[in-house]
Ligand binder design. Structure first.
Ligand SMILES: [Zn+2]
Length: 375
């Protein structure tokens, strides 16, 4: 089987759930699993990942695993430097999971993974300069230039939510004030709507009624639903364009893809965002303007993207193993990783006799030599 036809597993690790799926090269999810995330102990989280992969692996032939994690992932995509909702602190997750499974593993920031799948299969297809903005409880983001994720020197690029848009504004959990995610995320929507309702303002009547009269029960999806029904206050709460104009000033993309739960508001969110973007854009009227479109892949974009990045990594590892003659430090490290994976796979297969063996790629040495194309 050519690597490009092979299946991979994508895993999305959030603060409460591990979502995993077997993904084909066209980005289709063939099988799914969900389970709770043990958050207190890094080893328990690894156990949960390994068990989930083995379960899916017992039904499908897979060649690699991609893990999308909400947190800072280092530039080599091997360690989670920090994850706000998990116990990972400088956690060498890739090597730990590879040792257990004997499969190549890629660890990627969840917003990067989601952006990758939007570029490959979704709203960003064909765009050479893409910026994705994910509006969830906070704001995540990613930059893709010429089909490559721009991770920055330390792997942490794209944390757009913590650009300061209102000096001295609302306190953010990152420690600073006035961060963009305090004004345009799901949490921001909820806070603004609650404040409005608590102020007793008559314009918040619909919000308050939707929450059964209790301002504390107002939440982001409630605001989004009211906005869809045309409630003018709910529409006004959805603010996005100024931050996008700042991003355009810095990054000059051709397309913004807007995803995450808040993007369910669709054109109600995007139309005013486009207007605010136009009003705020540097050099407005004298420059081409980026398109602002909605993400199309939904909440499983991260899972699909992680799986697809894993397929890329497996392909690259094989090439390094078989073809590379010029040995740089990077390819030497990849070769030794490839050897370690084979050993781990043999051990893993030995331990699980009677079950489907976790071979990373049985024809690892021979496929390219036989003239089989990965491209
Ligand atoms: Zn912040």
């Amino acid at each position: 089987m050519a690597l490009t036809q092979a299946l991979t597993i994508g895993i999305d690790i959030g603060g409460t759930k591990v979502a995993a799926g077997v993904v084909d090269p066209e980005g289709n999810i063939l099988d799914r699993l969900r389970r709770d995330t043990p958050t207190k102990d890094p080893k328990e989280t690894e156990d949960a990942i390994a068990e989930t992969v083995r379960d899916l692996e017992s039904r499908h032939d897979v060649i690699a695993v991609g893990i999308g994690a909400a947190g800072f992932v280092d530039g080599t995509r091997s360690s989670v430097l920090f994850a706000p909702h998990l116990a990972w602190r400088h956690e060498p997750l890739r090597d730990a999971v590879e040792r257990r499974l004997g499969l190549p593993v890629v660890v990627e920031n969840d917003a990067n993974a989601a952006a990758w799948s939007e570029w490959r299969f979704g709203g960003g297809q064909g765009e050479s300069h893409l910026v994705c903005v994910t509006l969830g409880t906070g704001i995540g983001g990613a930059i893709l230039n010429d089909g490559a994720l721009q991770r920055g020197k330390f792997g942490i690029a794209g944390e757009f939510g913590h650009m300061q848009v209102v000096p001295g504004g609302h306190r953010c959990e990152c420690g600073n004030r006035g961060c963009w995610e305090q004004y345009a995320s799901g949490n921001a929507l909820t806070r603004e709507a609650r404040e409005l309702a608590l102020s007793g303002s008559p314009v918040a009547h619909n919000l308050l009624r939707a929450a059964g009269g209790d301002p504390r029960k107002i939440n982001g999806p409630m605001v989004t639903e009211l906005a869809k029904d045309g409630d003018p206050v709910a529409v006004e709460l959805l603010g996005l364009g100024i931050g996008l104009a700042n991003l355009a000033a810095a990054l000059d993309p051709g397309t913004f893809v807007i995803g995450g739960g808040v993007s369910d508001a669709g054109e109600l969110l995007l139309a005013p965002a486009r207007e605010a973007f136009k009003r705020t854009l540097t050099g407005r009227g004298f420059r081409p303007e980026a398109r602002i479109v909605r993400a199309v892949l939904g909440p499983e974009a991260g899972l699909v993207g992680a799986a697809d990045l894993a397929r890329e990594e497996a392909t690259w590892l094989r090439r390094v193993r078989v073809k590379t003659t010029a040995v740089t430090a990077k390819t030497a490290a990849a070769r030794s990783r490839s050897t370690r994976l084979e050993r781990a796979a043999r051990k893993s297969a030995g331990r699980r006799t009677g079950m489907h063996a976790a071979s990373p790629d049985p024809d690892l040495h021979h496929a390219d030599l036989n003239g089989e194309s990965d491209e």
